[in-house]
Design a protein around this ligand. Structure first.
Ligand code: ISE
Length: 341
């Protein structure tokens, strides 16, 4: 494996849609890094991705071999959700930086173990793939709020729609896999912690499974007297959309409507709607990888960290409890270790 001096050799675990996107971004849009290894249980898929990254990118037998290899400086994890925690722990044991797609884990206990292991290590090595934090349309809203443009935020209104639920989706996995983004976005956008949650769900006619609550409405109370109302609908049918409006006591701000220009013609005004997150967040995925590599080079990671991954999962756990109980669930953020201040 021949790396240029100072170049970070990245190993990608998982050669599906997200693994391919991150690898291709590292190869084409990020300087100072290269894809040096790939692994996937589907070996031909791993071979195909590695082949796109030159003869230096090798295919590893399994995740452990990739993580432990001295030629791999940093790891990207894009495997199924329930494998994230184990792989991140393995990286922590090697003291190796890891970019893990969300969710950080599928249980609060596993996420807490990661936080504790990182605190024990004494330095941040984990970043979580909450890419909305790098999306220009989200950032424009955040900059305006932080500048005081709408006064004191009092209501966060989020919309999160997927074209169609993935096979195997359950009412709970919608919270773990999809709503986790919205819970993180509310905390990050407003810089406030969640104080209670209330979730209602319904099974729409679009759902192929008669049991799954494919439309969920999450109601949050956040610190500083702010509410949030978030719709998560995984069978919207017409496309993929993430929208946001924040109401303040001196004005409101709504996210720019589209990545594409709004066309007005023959009594019509509109814009195309993307089909999925890869189409909706192209710039965010590039900026996320660039900042991650820059952070590794500067020895200072600035992106969403293990604490954000853990806190968002705690909120997910309360949302699941509320969905089951039909009542409001209290939520209190635990004490933040110094490492994450
Ligand atoms: C997917 O895994 C993502 O992370 C998308 O951003 C989200 O919108 C979708 O619901 C998830 O399944």
């Amino acid at each position: 494996m021949s790396a240029q001096p100072g170049e970070i050799s990245v190993g990608v675990i998982g050669a599906g849609g997200m693994g391919t996107r991150h690898a291709d971004t590292l190869g084409a849009a990020v300087s100072g890094a290269r894809v040096a290894g790939v692994t996937d249980p589907d070996r031909p898929r791993a071979e195909k991705l590695a082949a796109n990254h030159g003869s230096d990118a090798r295919v590893f037998e399994d995740e452990r071999a990739l993580i432990q290899h001295p030629g791999i400086d940093a790891v990207v994890v894009t495997t199924p959700d329930d494998t994230h925690a184990g792989l991140v722990m393995e990286c922590l044991q090697q003291g190796k930086p890891v970019f893990c797609e969300k969710p950080l884990a599928t249980t609060v206990e596993d996420a807490r173990r990661i936080v504790d292991a990182e605190v024990e290590l004494g330095r941040k090595v984990v970043q979580v793939g909450f890419m909305r934090r790098y999306d220009p349309r989200h950032l424009d809203v955040k900059v305006a709020i932080d500048s005081g443009a709408i006064g004191n935020p009092v209501l966060f209104k989020g919309t999160h729609r997927n074209l169609a639920a993935a096979p195997g989706t359950s009412s709970e996995s919608i919270l773990v896999n999809s709503a986790v983004h919205d819970l993180d976005a509310a905390r990050w956008m407003l810089g406030r912690e969640i104080e209670d949650v209330y979730v209602r769900g319904m099974n729409t006619r679009a759902a192929s499974d008669g049991e799954v609550l494919d439309l969920q409405v999450i109601h949050l109370k956040l610190g500083g007297g702010c509410l949030a109302d978030i719709e998560v609908y995984v069978n919207a049918g017409y496309g993929y959309e993430v929208d946001l409006e924040v109401v303040g006591d001196a004005g409101t701000i709504r996210m720019a409507p589209a990545n594409a220009p709004v066309l007005r013609k023959q009594r019509y005004a509109g814009h195309p709607v993307e089909g999925d997150w890869l189409e909706r967040f192209p710039t965010a995925y590039v900026l996320e990888m660039r900042r991650w590599i820059e952070g590794l080079r500067d020895g200072r990671l600035t992106g969403p960290d293990a604490w954000d991954g853990y806190t968002s999962l705690l909120a997910v756990e309360s949302c699941i409890a509320s969905l089951h109980s039909g009542t409001k669930e209290p939520f209190s953020s635990p004490q933040r270790p110094d490492l994450y201040r």
